[in-house]
Design a protein around this ligand. Structure first.
Ligand code: SF4
Ligand code: SF4
Length: 192
């Protein structure tokens, strides 16, 4: 019938007339992010990083560059490497988080920021100094212990590595000092 399409169109308009808009006026307003949001700045805990470069090897885009130097103080004891370069080219990063999953030492976390517009691509490379100085607001993604505490990186305080790691930091310190701790399923008694 002539005009039916017009009527249907008007009905759709009427239905949506009273709905609140879901767009916001950025940058005056910002959408609140989920605690598990994988953001741009990365939270890197240098004290925990051994320079093993697992993160760089697992990055599917090869955008993490690490240069290390043996510290020379106690290589036989598995002493950590001295980090000279730690660059992440976030201009190419897809925020998959594989580097974070690959880190065996809880030294690297996804960040929580999302505002890093730059005029030059080279300014999108996060270098070691920036990683050192960045506020440590780790994303709760892949970190169930942070989720369990309902930590919200967008609101909560920055976290030290002692508060952010999956393992109790005393566990690491004790093990370094030679204590033996029970592993799941081996029936050993805890010695701390
Ligand atoms: S988040 Fe993914 S793409 Fe980005 S640096 Fe890590 S592994 Fe590479
Ligand atoms: S951040 Fe983790 S995976 Fe990357 S070099 Fe440091 S300890 Fe190794």
């Amino acid at each position: 019938m002539y005009g039916l399409g017009l009527l249907k169109g008007l009905l759709v308009t009427m239905k949506n007339l009273r709905r609140q808009p879901f767009t916001i006026q950025y940058p005056e307003e910002r959408v609140s992010q989920h605690p598990r949001f994988r953001g741009e700045e990365f939270a890197w805990y240098e004290e925990r990083c051994t320079g093993c470069a697992s993160c760089a090897k697992y990055c599917p885009l090869g955008i993490i560059r690490i240069v290390t130097d043996p510290s020379g103080s106690a290589p036989q004891e598995g002493d950590k490497y001295k980090l000279e370069v730690f660059d992440i080219d976030i201009g190419r990063c897809m925020f998959c988080g594989l580097c974070v999953e690959a880190c065996p030492y809880d030294a690297l976390f996804m960040g929580s920021g999302f505002e890093r517009g730059r005029y030059q691509r080279k300014d999108l490379v996060i270098n070691i100094e920036e990683l050192r100085q960045a506020e440590k607001r780790p994303s709760a993604w892949f970190r169930p212990q942070l989720e369990k505490e309902s930590y919200n990186p967008h609101e909560g305080k920055p976290r030290s590595w002692r508060e952010a790691g999956r393992e109790d930091w005393r566990w690491h310190e004790g093990e370094k000092a030679g204590a033996r701790f029970p592993r799941p399923g081996n029936g050993e008694k805890e010695s701390r």
